[in-house]
Design a protein around this ligand. Sequence first.
Ligand code: GAR
Length: 202
Amino acid sequence: MKNIAVFASGRGTNFSAIAKAVKRGTLKANLALLVCDNPQALVLEKAKRSGVKIALIKREGFAKKKDFESKIIEALKANKIDLIVLAGFMRILSVDFVKEHAGRIINIHPSLLPSFKGSQGIRDAFDCGVKVTGVTVHFVDELMDHGPIILQAPVKIEYDDTLASLDEKIHRVEHSLYPAAIKLFVEDKLRIEARRVKISAR
Ligand code: GAR
């Protein structure tokens, strides 16, 4: 069984969705570690309740980003992590870190990439007035919110949606799309070919 580590800095609703899928047995993986950089994050409580091991590693604890990341790598090695799952981790990982883990880091983003990259993907789509936005799960490369796309799902923005109702719709979609993408990875069904992801028969 593959060992996965979720990296999160905030609320952790995606962490919970993944933990639930693992517990139900619909996602056959070992949720071995939560890596968190924020001592105030609500995700910490969620991990404690689900009995998932926590590595709380604060960026401020290190003068250099390299040392911060070395500490993370140490935790990944100690827990024999096969897949890094970014779920609202509000730190940009260095090019070296990404290269070292190429093909083994995935991210979820609350828009249909390449539109609305950045930390405000839901708000930016809402403010722009697009009628369709969505969710993307992708392999991580050295650019932000960029890399070979694994799965995408559209979310309609209705005229009477508010930012709050859109946020809720997006998160609902994320909570099924992320476990589905992780499942494809752990079942070894993903291949990156010429920057595109080929998904073998499900
Ligand atoms: C999610 O909506 C995720 O798509 C977003 O952070 C949120 C974390 O929510 N990630 C990005 O914007 C990456 N650029 P959660 O803490 O409730 O799982």
